[in-house]
Ligand binder design. Structure first.
Ligand code: SF4
Length: 227
């Protein structure tokens, strides 16, 4: 298990304000900058990962370091793979503890967006770390609960956590009974080497998702998810 608790980050105030439609030079811009400064002063994004090896492959399941995961898409994605990297990355409890005035939905959205940028940046750092340290030239990731509900059921989040040890003690991320992570701005998944450009959005039917990173791909869905 490897813990990364000193992840460098930079938050682009201009870009975030553009994304949130905050006009520079306005009173709102001042309030946004104040909030951003408060987050930057305390934020400590973190990650933990474990190198896991494929012990067994079933029709619709795969065993990683002794833990069985049931997902046809995961199994098929790992078909040529013997080693993966299980991980959790988070904006950190420090940024998560920053508060905004109760009922201020605008500032709540700003804070949500800032923490989202933090976890995305931390995930990119982790991917870069893995690529360098383990000489991955091309890789992809899958996440429990991401995409169509049956692609990799979110109930398997706890099994993923079990590969990593006490994730809450390590980086402050805990799982609720409904398998959601706290801090909410955390991401879990498995990184694996691949030659293809897989993204979970390719096997997700959800329409009008503002966070879609790739169009739904019928051919990929048939290859990974169909009977
Ligand atoms: S389309 Fe949206 S909901 Fe579906 S996997 Fe992509 S980001 Fe997630």
């Amino acid at each position: 298990m490897v813990k990364l608790d000193d992840i460098p980050f930079s938050l682009d105030a201009e870009l975030l304000m553009e994304q949130l439609r905050v006009q520079p030079g306005t009173r709102s811009a001042g309030a946004f900058t104040d909030l951003l400064d408060r987050v930057v002063q305390v934020a400590r994004p973190k990650a933990v990962y474990e190198v896991a090896y494929v012990d067994d492959k079933g029709d619709d399941s795969v065993v990683l370091n002794g833990v069985r995961f049931t997902s046809r898409a995961l199994r098929r994605n790992l078909d040529p793979v013997e080693r993966v990297f299980a991980y959790v990355v988070t904006c950190g409890t420090e940024a998560d503890a920053v508060s905004v005035p109760e009922g201020d939905m605008t500032q709540a959205l700003w804070l949500w967006t800032i923490k989202e940028a933090l976890v995305h940046g931390a995930a990119e750092y982790l991917y870069g770390h893995l690529a360098t340290r383990y000489q991955l030239s091309h890789w992809a990731a899958m996440h429990p609960g991401s995409g169509d509900a049956d692609v990799w059921p979110i109930e398997q989040q706890r099994r993923l956590f079990s590969l990593l040890g006490d994730v809450e003690a390590l980086i402050g991320v805990k799982l609720t009974d409904s398998m959601l992570m706290v801090p909410t701005m955390s991401e879990s998944g498995i990184v694996f080497a691949t030659e293809t450009d897989f993204a979970t959005c390719q096997v997700c039917h959800r329409e009008d998702c503002p966070r879609r990173q790739a169009p739904f791909d019928e051919a990929v869905w048939r290859t990974l998810c169909a009977d």
